[in-house]
Design a binder for this molecule. Sequence first.
Ligand SMILES: Nc1ncnc2c1ncn2[C@@H]1O[C@H](COP(=O)(O)OP(=O)(O)OP(=O)(O)O)[C@@H](O)[C@H]1O
Length: 310
Amino acid sequence: MAQSAGPPAVAFRGVVKQYGSVRAVDGIDLTIARGESVALLGPNGAGKSTTIGILLGLVPPDEGTVEVFGKRPEQAMRAGHLGAMLQEGKMIPRVTVRELVGFVRQTYRDPLPLAEVLDLAQLTGIAGQRVDRLSGGQAQRVRFALALAGNPDLVVLDEPTAALDVESRRELWAAMQRYAERGNTVLFSTHYLEEADTSADRVVVIAAGKVVADDTPARIKNMIEGRTVSFVPRGAQEGYELLPGVTGVQFHGGRVHLRTTESDRTVHALARADAFDDLEVSGVGLEEAFIALTHGARHRETANAEGQDR
Ligand SMILES: Nc1ncnc2c1ncn2[C@@H]1O[C@H](COP(=O)(O)OP(=O)(O)OP(=O)(O)O)[C@@H](O)[C@H]1O
C-alpha cells in the first residue's frame, strides 16, 4: 500500500551505466512510492542487477541521479533505510541461525527484535540449526532475515528465488509479503512473470537497460501473455492498431503481425473487414514478449520525438 509522506522511497532520474560498449542501464527514470511492492521483471542481461547495484550505492552511475528516501544511496544505507539480499553471499559455517541473525542485527543502530526477525522470515522453528546445514530455501530465508535485521524501510532483493523449488519460493514470498504488509517498501527482481504477478503491486519491465513497461501486474500480464495474429494483408494496410485488443503492429516477410491481448476479437474484426489471407494465431513466449515491448517502447519514443499522437 503506497504512502505519500516525505520524499519517495526511490527516485532514479536519467540513470545510465555503461560497461565498454554495453549500456547495461540506458536512461532509467523510476519513482517508487513509500510502501509499494515493485517487481523488476526482465530477461537475462536486461540490466536488473546493475539497476539494483546502483540503487544500493555499489555501482556508481555514469549519468543521472539516484535518491533513496531523498538521500544518496550510501547515506540511506548508513541511515539504516536500506536492507539488501543480493544473489551471492556465503553463510558463515558452524553458527546457528539464531546466532548469525542475532550477530548481524547487533551491528545496526535500531534493529528489529530478534524474535520478530526470526518470525517474519519464518525461521523460528529452525533457529537452533547450523546455517551450513540448511536447505536452499531455508538458507534464502536466512539471507532474507539478514536483510530485514536492521529494520529497513526499503528492502531490495535481487532474484531472491533463483534456484529454489516451488515450495521454497512460496515460503519466501509469504515472508516477503508479511514484511511489505507492515508498510515497508519492497523492490525485487525476477525473470518470472508469475512471481511479479502474485507478489508485487506494480511491475516494471526492463529490457536492454530501459524501462519498456510500468504498470499493474494484471495489465503487464495481459501485454506479455498476448498472442500474435499474422496474415497476408488484403486491401488497405492501415488502421490495424485500432482493431480490438491490438497492442502492436509489425510488417515483415510480406505479412502483418499483430500483437493482441484479445485474439478472438481481433480475428473477428479482421474477418468482418475481409482483410486477410493465410491467417495464423500463435502464443507469445516471454522472451518474444519482452522484444515486442522493447520495440513498442522504441516506436513510442520515435512517435513522441516526431510529435505524433499515436
Ligand atoms: N561488471 C560488469 N562488467 C561488464 N559488463 C557487465 C558488468 N555487469 C553487468 N554487465 C553487463 O551489463 C548487462 C546487464 O547486466 P545485469 O547483470 O545488470 O542484467 P540482469 O538483468 O541482472 O541479468 P540476470 O537476470 O542474468 O542477472 C549485461 O550485458 C551484462 O553482461
